[in-house]
Design a protein around this ligand. Sequence first.
Ligand code: UD1
Ligand code: CA
Length: 451
Amino acid sequence: MSIALIILAAGKGTRMESHLPKVLHKIGGAPMLLHAMQSGIALSPERIIVVAGHGADRVRIAAQAHDPDTEVVIQTEQLGTAHAVAQARPALNGFDGDVLVLYGDTPFISHASLEAMAVARAQHDVVVLGFEATDPDRYGRLVMQGESLQRIVEFKDASVDERTITLCNSGVISAQAETLFDLIDAVGNDNAGEEHYLTDIIGIARARGLSATAVTCDESETLGINSRAELARAEAAFQSRARAALLADGVTMQAPETVFLSFDTVIGRDAEIEPNVVFGPGATIESGARIRAFSHLEGCHVSRGAVVGPFARLRPGAELAEDVHVGNFVEVKNAQLAEGVKANHLTYIGDADIGERSNIGAGTITCNYDGVFKHRTTIGADAFIGSNTMLVAPVSVGDGALTASGSVITRDVPDGALALARAPQVTKDGHAKRLFEMLKKKKENLRKGVI
Ligand code: UD1
Ligand code: CA
């Protein structure tokens, strides 16, 4: 069965108190909209349609960055969930598969739940994803008769009796495209919210002799986000799931609750992640690498046997080959460190290529930026960069070359050469002693008031 996703994302999200459209607030480094899209994408949909309204341009950019084939339709006025789904109708003209409606602010619906809905769809015309709510609060209630879903009643319109129902509507709903849009055509707005409720299609379907049922999922999947507090709760839920998945895959973490992960963090088996490490988007860590405490990594690749940190920062484009060591207070950006390179202390390596086994001394800096352009530094294999070397890019240091400590290297250093670029030392015997005596005497005179 071919599937089209319709993801509702037009709401303003007033309670977020934000200029950013609600669905673009991030969880695990990715907009919540992308999490919602991703759960539906697991079903290999033929079409993806996002219904945007508030901040539609930004929503479009984010959705299409994740999946360029995503179509974005605009709902100019938010007249209710049925009205929102109806906006996708022209885009789906002629599509005769199943439609699955998801919410952009409900990011954790599992693949298993959507699969279960697809199975139920074989028996029923309309399938709703429900859940047993510990606190049913203001959710729509599912009115069941055995297996059969009779109707959904919104909290605002529910009777006292109906409000005691604990089986609630997650909002996720599935039906054949034409059936769905025909049902939506019949939805009015004669209700407490004066909105076109998508949930009304169940009662309408039943009245037309169509069948409907509910599949249930775990309440944690239906976590919706309306405020920053709920966003923080969703982040915490995401983090604990992501940590548990890594532990299950054989990653060592002594204090997993202090490690922060992104939606796309990849860490190989037997890698070790010490406490208080943060992974921004785009980090991949191979098997057996070790990331030591208080390091921050994003957009980088760390190969097996490499050791990073403590207190290291790997920024986008940092690529560490096998057995590379990057130590405390070292920052690496857009640079390739070949096998066995060591940069153990207080260093900035930006826009650079460093050959195998080269040693980068403490305090070395690639001066990559002239205020307008960025330039590259190239270092060969087995080079030794003395402590506190400034490498003023563009510049290269050859294989087996050596730069003397404190050098400011502005010209290329050939293979095997020694480059020394610092002022020669001047030593004057007895000068320090005389200078201190003079200064002490001056201080004493000042104290006595003698000038
Ligand atoms: C909806 C359901 C309710 C369910 C709850 C689960 C309806 C009528 N009610 O209620 O049964 O228990 O979700 O969270 O469907 N949206 C649009 N355009 C609109 C209206 C809404 O895009 O015109 C989007 C919102 O941005 C949001 C989603 O649809 O992502 C749900 O809308 P919301 O107003 O939050 O519905 P609820 O009142 O929470
Ligand atoms: Ca809601």
